[in-house]
Design a protein around this ligand. Structure first.
Ligand SMILES: [Zn+2]
Ligand SMILES: [Zn+2]
Length: 238
């Protein structure tokens, strides 16, 4: 399994960062995990086409996590009429997809399957996907991807909560949002100390920080495992 960072920024525009998005690849499937502004360019830089994507896992419906999906769907609806596509997301994802269909103004492929939380584990090719409800100002979900004895957990946007610790238990890679600056506390986002705390409690091997809108450094982070700050097109192989 390979994780590639397609974007690691927030909603604010900077020259350096796309909004948030990721790609999970195995030999059998390609799964988008959020797809904010600029992520379609990153996907293209990897040599992937829209038609290569088998599933889209969406943490929540804020535009910095979904903005490039409108263009994605225009391409997919026009060129992938017979291709199956799985969409997984929080409460409201079914209704949101209807809105996207209204905006794209093209015939919808018939093989699209949508899974809305709450849900039990689902299989996407050779990947098992489980979810947990997160703490944000809109319905939000975190994802755990498991394949061949390895795992990646992605928080999406969230404030501190117990569900992310449980979902991330002993994972190989924990990809956490780190919107807040050191010492900054809010109910809807995490700061570096809280990220470090979650990774330590969950006993994860590698902590990757993403979704940051400032010059994030590794100071004030007591986490003992491997600590990485996400950059666009960074890959982690498991
Ligand atoms: Zn958000
Ligand atoms: Zn966000």
């Amino acid at each position: 399994m390979r994780l590639t960072i397609l974007g690691c920024g927030r909603f604010n525009i900077t020259a350096n960062y796309n909004s948030t998005g990721n790609l999970i690849e195995t030999e059998r499937v390609n799964i988008l995990v959020d797809f904010g502004r600029g992520c379609l360019y990153s996907l293209t830089k990897l040599g992937k086409q829209v038609g290569d994507i088998d599933a889209i896992c969406i943490s929540h419906l804020h535009p910095d996590h979904i903005a490039d999906l409108l263009t994605f769907f225009q391409i997919f609806f026009n060129t992938c009429a017979d291709k199956p596509l799985i969409i997984v997301g929080p409460v409201g994802i079914q209704q949101w997809f209807k809105t996207m269909v209204d905006l794209v103004l093209e015939p919808v492929p018939t093989k699209i399957t949508i899974y809305e939380q709450p849900l039990t584990a689902i299989e996407i090719g050779d990947v098992t996907v489980t979810t947990a409800v997160m703490k944000h100002n809109v319905p939000a979900t975190a994802f755990r991807f498991e394949q061949a004895g390895h795992s990646v957990v992605y928080s999406g946007d969230t404030g501190m909560n117990e569900n992310i610790v449980s979902l991330a238990r002993q994972t190989d890679v924990l990809l956490l949002e780190c919107s807040n600056q050191p010492g900054q506390i809010s109910a809807q986002h995490l700061n570096p100390e809280q990220c470090s705390d979650i990774a330590t409690q969950a006993k994860v091997k590698q902590l990757v920080l993403t979704h940051y809108g400032y010059d994030l450094t590794k100071t004030n982070m007591p986490f003992n495992g491997t600590l990485v700050i996400a950059k666009e097109l960074m890959t982690i192989d498991l």
